[in-house]
Design a protein around this ligand. Sequence first.
Ligand code: 1PR
Length: 551
Amino acid sequence: MSLVHIIDVESGNLQSLTNAIEYLGYEVKLVSSAEDLDIEKVSRLILPGVGNFGHFVDNLYSRGFEKPIREYIDSGKPIMGICVGIQTLFSSSEESLSSSGLGLIQGNLSKFNDSTKPVPEIGWNSCMPSGDLFFGIDPYKRYYFVHSYAAILDEHLEGKIRSDGWKIAKAKYGDEEFVAALYRDNVFATQFHPEKSSAAGLQVLRNFLKQEHPVTSYTSEEKKLLANDYSNFGLTRRIVACLDVRTNDQGDLVVTKGDQYDVREKSEGNDVRNLGKPVEMAQKYYTQGADEVTFLNITSFRDCPLKDTPMLEVLKRAAKTIFVPLTVGGGIKDIVDVDGTKKPAQEVASLYFQAGADKVSIGTDAVFAAEKFYSLGGRGDGTSPIETISKAYGAQAVVISVDPKKVYVDSPGSTKNKTFKSKIANEKGQEWCWYQCTIKGGRETRDVGVWELTRACEALGAGEILLNCIDKDGSNSGYDLELIEHVKDAVTIPVIASSGAGNPEHFEEAFTETRADACLGAGMFHRGEYTVGDVKKYLLQKGLKVRVDSF
Ligand code: 1PR
């Protein structure tokens, strides 16, 4: 079995990458200190990175990796950079002006323009067709991107990179073209995450490891169906499958599903609804084509010893065979372990990242953080889990899970929170409304609106919003479209619509009538009424681009 070396400077996606390479039949050795990088013995080297450019390159240099990496590159043996790994090949980034990259490419990285599209770019994009793509990168397949900064191309930068002998795979996010992958001699790098890009990404990784450049051909019909369009900034419509997980009365960890968050059967002894086993169900949705899988530990407010958290084991097992992004939520907060030791939220999150999670989602603690943000006059003090996790792992790793309820009022003056006039009046004829945030899975309401909460969390460093709706949860009546637009008006980070999906039409409705960046489904998938594939096929028929790995 061949050995692959991965540079380990504690960046978030190492476990996922390790899992993907092992799945392809290779052995992995993580190298966390420069002394252990014996370049004579290395035949394939990977430089992965996530999070902040400065944090990553400074860490690389302080651990003495610069010299051996340069020597390895000079030796002519294959090296591959991933995400911040590709960025490290450039000279600098607007993200951290005081830090320098390796400078193999004399160019700067800059931030996407967020006045025209959500930033970070999170989702499945494609490379633009061109005659000289490499390592089997396929313009009709989709790859998972998650980043705010990129080598954004203008004529000057593109000309310079090409004249230095690099081949470029270009992608387009909204109106900006950027470097999706690069290749010259023995150096290959991708801005996307092949280890999180399902079968298409694994293929690219395999091609690099084997040093092969296959080309897939398509019929003109297939090309028409699969070709990218830019109606959603170049991203496919992202479908997320969500698993609410808890222990039932028999002590088994089960996937459950509530109606307005009530997960107990109305009859038959009032048991917790048991819809299946978390890992098996997650694998099923991955096979059906889910673009992401989210696990929510819905009884996390009950404390349990950190290392025994059953969700860690779920994540570890799921991440071994599921190669799309995994999010885990529930209990991401500062905790006091049973032996009395304090564990900061960042440490809790890091255990999940090490287990294979790509993002953590924060519910209850996000409400507390927003309340504090406003009490400090609109700023954070650096201590909230949103701030600490975002600083260490990047904004893209921090999702805010919101559990709001609609509240009608007589007039906007009736509350300090942002209101709007709903098209759906209540039984009293009231039209003005706001959405009140709750904590502990809807058990307690707080005097903070979803508008205020999401804006505060964005300012504190969150990268995405998972927008549930207690009124709609489990109703099969479609998403709350007004709520989605209300939140899209509040923030520029991506918003995942959740709660209420009952059929494929509801996904189409949310994608065409709102600016939802992704749509999440739970009950309709768990009950077997529709598969993720059914939803995707329907959206494709309606002209909405989705990721399809195979027909
Ligand atoms: O507060 O940070 O510990 O996180 C707890 C997490 O658990 C939060 O993300 C919260 O949303 C979630 N949660 C808590 N209680 C429940 C419950 O259902 N009793 N589930 C719960 C939230 C919402 C979605 C659901 C959609 C789609 N579930 O995950 O899957 O509403 O459902 P549908 O498509 O069937 O309508 P913390």
